[in-house]
Design a protein. Structure first.
Length: 573
């Protein structure tokens, strides 16, 4: 192994694995994919191998083609390790590089031991060709026999000296590998786990592809039956022959993929959310997971994230609300059993559940009515605002605003009193808040002003807040002349606040005129933006279009200020 005239050249084991992958012998192919997987586990060799693989379209195509192998020697093991290697590559893979990639990945989701079931009125016993059945059974026996052939251990391979970068006689590869093992000491590969189930690996690949490139998402949308296959794993009572632990792995894998696919930006996201939301069994499956006390926090968090993302669409919001189990499950995740705040160590579940409830209550009176059936709901939201914790206050303020906006006639006298108790905290926070937080707070204060104008005026006067608050509104309007996707409605809520204040007490117009609000409103009139038609954005796409045009609010605000200005002039004369 040392120097000399005929000393072997040192080559990368990555190249050795890539050469072996193109072998005609299944043993060598198995050595290759296992070797690649081992190299990908080490930081020392991972980056180098990924660079080599992504730079060789031929090798990539060969590797990905193995995802559908089902009638060759050692096919199960080769397919498994090819899937594990592809799962690593998928984090930076554009599927256009290898045509048909997603179709092959989709076949991994069929390898779940799920028996084919049909309808007794639609199935025909004679539809299956008896000759095909015989061939299938023979192929399976052939595969089993091939898989039982002895295979040399190639788990501990890194880099080796060999005669050349090309192995001329592929039959000598096992012998060469024995020499490699004698020369190198590499830790053995970890044993397989439930995460190595082929459907789980397939969904891991899809998850990574969806996060890598928008074009990948467009390809995912076009693969026949891929979305239904993924959703099929969200069922607790599936027909799989896997163990309970394996089913939980597949359930988690499917939920992770669905959350990512429903969260992406752009026009393709609308198509994917629509396709996912229209699956006839999805919402029921999600309700079971959310309502199952045995479901762990992570599964319920993923469900809450999917519901939050799907609720972007108005029709889907309504459909989710019709299944009250979903809103009830989110409410329980949001509030603890005592009706106060969630104290779970994993704070992500209550956080995402809160976000989902805000989305579901937006522009949807029915869902607001359902939430109000929670005992003392307004009281609980009020307490969240008063505890001075940013994790709660802005979501609670958003929910309170939606209750005021869409379910005002369902609010009791007690509820309105609870609202008044939030005023001081809300008004004080507007003094320092910016961006989306400021939009949320003014959105709530404007609705409180509209519902209980006398209490609002009293708080401004008694707390000596009037001039400070009005100046803050004018300054905020001037500071937000350029539309921002993070707070597209901030000018809208400021104008609504001004209008409701002047409608409840015309004297406020004098103070607005003093701080030159008319100039700020005129600037809004001169700088309209299409972005302000929407409540929020995902990427460059706006959602939840507002009913009242911004121009109508500008006109009303100017009318109220002008009327009071003319009244003051007439009174002076």
């Amino acid at each position: 192994m040392e120097g000399g005239l005929f000393a072997p050249k040192r080559i990368s084991l990555g190249n050795f694995a890539m050469d072996s992958l193109n072998s005609d012998l299944s043993k060598n192919q198995l050595y290759a994919v296992r070797m690649m997987h081992t190299l990908l586990q080490s930081d020392l060799t991972r980056a180098r191998l990924l660079e080599k693989l992504t730079g060789s379209t031929q090798t990539m195509a060969r590797l990905i083609s193995m995802l559908d192998w089902s009638s060759r020697h050692h096919c199960t093991a080769i397919r498994l390790y090819a899937a594990k290697v592809t799962a690593e590559l998928a984090k930076n893979l554009r599927v256009g590089t290898v045509p048909g990639t997603l179709q092959l990945v989709s076949t991994l989701l069929d390898a779940d031991g799920k028996p084919k079931r049909g309808h007794p009125l639609l199935d025909a016993d004679g539809d299956q060709d008896h000759f095909v059945d015989i061939l299938d059974r023979q192929d399976k026996k052939h595969d089993i026999a091939g898989d039982q052939e002895p295979i040399e251990d190639t788990d501990n391979l890194m880099e080796t000296p060999t005669r050349s970068t090309h192995i001329n006689d592929q039959r000598y590869i096992p012998r060469i590998l024995h020499r490699i093992l004698a020369y190198w000491s590499i830790p053995k590969e970890q044993p397989l786990t439930n995460d190595d189930l082929l459907p789980a690996l397939g969904m891991s690949i899809i998850y990574s592809l969806a996060g890598c490139d928008q074009n990948n998402c467009a390809k995912i949308d076009k693969v026949t039956d891929l979305i239904p296959k993924i959703i099929g794993f969200t069922s607790f009572r599936s027909a799989m022959v896997n163990s309970e632990a394996q089913q939980k792995v597949l359930l988690k894998s499917s939920l992770k993929v669905l959350q990512r696919l429903t969260r992406i930006d752009g026009e393709i996201a609308i198509k994917l959310r629509y396709k996912i939301s229209k699956h006839p069994f999805l919402l029921r499956n999600l309700a079971e997971i959310l309502g199952d006390s045995n479901s762990n926090q992570e599964l319920r968090r993923l469900v809450a994230g999917i519901l939050r993302n799907l609720a972007i669409d108005g029709d889907t919001r309504q459909e989710i609300g019709q299944m009250k189990m979903l809103i009830t499950g989110l409410m329980k995740a949001f509030l603890d059993s005592n009706g106060s705040f969630s104290s779970d160590v994993d704070c992500l579940l209550p956080k995402i559940a809160r976000q989902a409830l805000v989305m579901l209550s937006s522009e949807n009176p029915h869902n607001c009515f359902v939430m109000l059936k929670e005992p003392d709901f307004i009281h609980k939201l009020k307490n969240m605002i008063l505890i001075h914790d940013d994790k709660y206050i802005y979501v609670a303020a958003s929910l309170l605003r939606n209750m005021c906006l869409h379910a005002q006639y369902e609010l009791t006298e007690s509820d309105l009193k609870e609202l008044s108790h939030t005023l001081q905290e809300v008004l004080e926070r507007t003094m320092d808040a910016e961006g989306a937080e400021l939009e949320i707070l003014i959105g709530l204060s404007s609705q409180i002003c509209k519902l209980i104008p006398e209490e609002f005026s009293q708080e401004l006067e008694h707390g000596q807040m009037k001039r400070r608050f009005i100046k803050r509104l004018v300054d905020a309007l001037n500071a937000n002349m350029k539309p921002n996707p993070h707070c597209p409605g901030i000018r809208r809520v400021i104008l609504e606040q001004c209008i409701y204040m002047m409608e409840c007490n015309s004297c406020y117009a004098n103070c607005f005129n003093e701080f030159r609000m008319m100039d700020a409103v005129s600037m809004v009139e001169e700088t309209p933006s299409r972005a302000e038609k929407y409540m929020f954005f995902l990427g460059d796409m706006g959602f939840m279009e507002c009913n009242t045009p911004l121009s109508a609010l500008v006109e009303r605000a100017k009318e109220l200020m002008s009327r009071q200005w003319l009244h003051a002039i007439n009174s002076a004369n």
